[in-house]
Design a protein around this ligand. Structure first.
Ligand code: AMO
Length: 437
C-alpha cells in the first residue's frame, strides 16, 4: 500500500519553544505551534509562532518556503525545522531560521473570536469558541492557576493524612434532601445527579477516617448570578475524630497554602492577568451568627435569631469584614439535618461558612453521628427517614464522631484570579441557559 504524505510526515517536535534560548545558537531544532502573526518584509516573512510553553520568531526565506507561507492564515498550525540564531527584533532574544516549513492544519478566516484579544469578544462568544479562547494567554493563565491550585490542594490534604476518594455521581435518592436535584432515567428506574458527596463522605470516615474528594456536583437551581453554576467543582473533606473548629483550621491553612503556592509558581500567569496574588492575613476573623446579626442591627438591618442572611446582609457583612472570614454557629434550624447542635446551646449549630467578603466559599461543620438524633432531625425537616435507610444503616456499624466541609473550587478561583464571573474560570460552564459546547 502506498503511504500518503501525511503518513510519512514526522509530526513530532524536538523542543518546546519555552526550552529554547540564545545559548543554543546554531543548533538545529524542530518546533510546532500556531501562527500568531505573520509579516512580509521584502524577501523574508516573519512568523510569530506560539506553543503552550512560549513564543518565538521564525524567519522564512527561499522561494519554496515563502510559497508555503504565502496564503497562510493566522492561528494555523505549522511545524518548523530550522536553526537557532541571534535576533535583531526588540521582542525576541533569539529566532529560528526556517529550513523547512510544514503546514499541519489551516485555520479558517475569519475566526469566531480573536484569540490575541486585540478585538475584544463578549464572554458568550468566547465560551462558544472556548478551545480557541485558550490560545489567549489571559485565558490560558486562568487554567494554569487552576491546575496549580488543584496540585496544592491534593498535596496539603495528603500531607495531613487525607485519602482521595471518588464517590458516585449517579445516585438513587437525594443526598441532602431539597428540591434542587437533576433527575434522569436510569434504565427503568429514577435516578439523580449528586448535589454533594455528603452522605458518602460521612460513611467513609467509618473505614478510612480522613478522606477528600474533588469532583463535579450538580444543582438544578435556576440562579442567574456570577457565582452559581448548575455543574460546579467541589473540594470536600470529612474527618473522624475532629470537631468543626479543627476542620476550620485545616481549611484556613489550605487557603493560605494555595495562595502561597500560586504566588510562587504562577508568576507569568499573574503578569498576564495583571494581578498580584498575595498570602491572605491570618488568622481569618471568626464571627458568630449572633455577632453578625448584632453588627447588621447597628447598620439598620434588623434581624431576629433564626432569620437567614440574605444577599444584602452578606454584602453588608462583607464590607465590615473584607477578605476571608468565618461565619460560625448558625441557628440549627437553618442548617441541614446532618449538622450537630452545640451541646451547651442547642438552638445553635456547630457549623461555619467561609466567606470572602459577600461570597460564600465553603460550608461545613460537625456532623451528628447518633442515628436516633439523625432520624429525629430528618422528620423535623420534613424528610422521610426511609429514603435515607442505606445511609442510616452505616450509623449502626460504629460511626466515629466526624466533621468536614465542602469548598466551591470555582468560587475560590474567582477570588484567586480576581475575576468576578465564575464562568470565566470553568472551561465549559453549565448554567440554566448554557448546555453547549
Ligand atoms: P453547600 O451547599 O454550601 O454545602 O456547598 C458547598 C460550597 O459549594 C459551592 N457551591 C456552588 N458553587 C457554584 N455554583 C453552585 N450552584 C454552588 N453550590 C454550592 C459554594 C458552597 O459554599 N454538603 C455541604 C458541605 C459540607 O457540609 O461538607 C454542602 O454541599 O462555594
Amino acid at each position: 500500500m502506498k503511504e500518503s504524505k501525511d503518513d510519512l510526515m514526522d509530526i513530532k517536535k524536538t523542543h518546546d519553544i519555552g526550552t529554547l534560548s540564545p545559548s543554543m545558537k546554531g543548533q538545529k531544532v524542530v518546533v510546532g505551534g500556531w501562527v500568531e502573526d505573520l509579516r512580509e518584509l521584502g524577501k523574508l516573512t516573519f512568523l510569530t509562532l506560539r506553543d503552550v510553553t512560549g513564543v518565538s520568531q521564525i524567519v522564512v526565506a527561499g522561494t519554496e518556503n515563502l510559497q508555503q507561507v504565502k496564503d497562510l492564515t493566522r492561528q494555523s498550525v505549522v511545524q518548523i525545522t530550522g536553526a537557532v540564531q541571534e535576533s535583531k527584533a526588540r521582542d525576541f532574544a533569539y529566532e529560528i531560521k526556517a529550513e523547512k516549513v510544514e503546514i499541519l492544519s489551516r485555520a479558517i478566516h475569519p475566526l469566531p473570536i480573536d484569540p490575541l484579544g486585540r478585538l475584544e469578544s463578549g464572554i458568550d462568544n468566547r465560551l462558544n469558541a472556548r478551545a480557541l479562547d485558550l490560545r489567549n494567554q489571559k485565558t490560558a493563565s486562568i487554567f494554569k492557576i487552576r491546575h496549580n491550585t488543584l496540585l496544592c490542594i491534593r498535596k496539603v490534604l495528603t500531607d495531613r493524612g487525607f485519602l482521595e476518594v471518588n464517590t458516585p455521581k449517579i445516585i438513587g435518592s437525594a443526598s441532602e434532601g431539597g428540591a434542587n436535584l437533576f433527575s434522569l432515567k436510569y434504565f427503568d428506574k429514577q435516578a439523580y445527579l449528586a448535589q454533594s458527596p455528603q452522605l458518602y463522605k460521612e460513611q467513609l470516615t467509618l473505614g478510612l477516617e480522613r478522606i477528600f474528594e474533588i469532583s463535579s456536583f450538580y444543582r438544578a437551581e435556576k440562579s442567574h448570578t456570577v457565582r452559581h453554576l448548575t455543574e460546579f467543582t467541589s473540594v470536600d473533606i470529612e474527618s473522624a475524630f475532629m470537631d468543626y473548629t479543627d476542620v476550620m483550621e485545616i481549611l484556613e491553612q489550605l487557603i493560605v497554602s494555595v495562595f502561597e503556592h500560586v504566588e510562587k509558581t504562577c508568576i507569568q500567569e499573574q503578569k498576564n492577568l495583571g494581578i498580584e496574588i498575595r498570602k491572605p492575613k491570618t488568622p481569618f476573623d471568626r464571627v458568630t451568627y449572633r455577632q453578625a446579626i448584632e453588627e447588621l442591627g447597628k447598620q439598620g438591618l434588623a434581624l431576629s435569631f433564626g432569620d437567614d442572611l440574605l444577599d444584602s446582609h452578606l454584602r453588608k457583612l462583607g464590607e465590615i469584614h473584607p477578605g476571608f472570614y468565618f461565619l460560625t454557629e448558625w441557628p440549627l434550624k437553618l442548617k441541614p439535618f446532618y449538622i450537630h447542635e452545640k451541646e451547651d446551646d442547642i438552638e445553635v449549630s456547630k457549623s461555619f461558612d467561609l466567606q470572602y467578603g459577600y461570597l460564600e466559599l465553603s460550608s461545613g461543620g460537625r456532623r451528628l453521628h447518633d442515628p436516633v438524633k439523625i432520624k429525629a432531625r430528618l422528620l423535623e425537616q420534613g424528610l422521610d427517614p426511609v429514603q435515607f435507610e442505606d445511609h442510616l444503616r452505616a450509623f449502626d456499624w460504629g460511626m466515629p464522631p466526624h466533621s468536614g466541609w465542602g469548598l466551591g473550587l470555582d468560587r475560590l478561583m474567582t477570588v484567586l484570579t480576581q475575576i468576578d464571573n465564575v464562568r470565566e474560570v470553568v472551561l465549559y460552564p453549565r448554567d440554566p441557559e448554557r448546555l453547549f459546547p
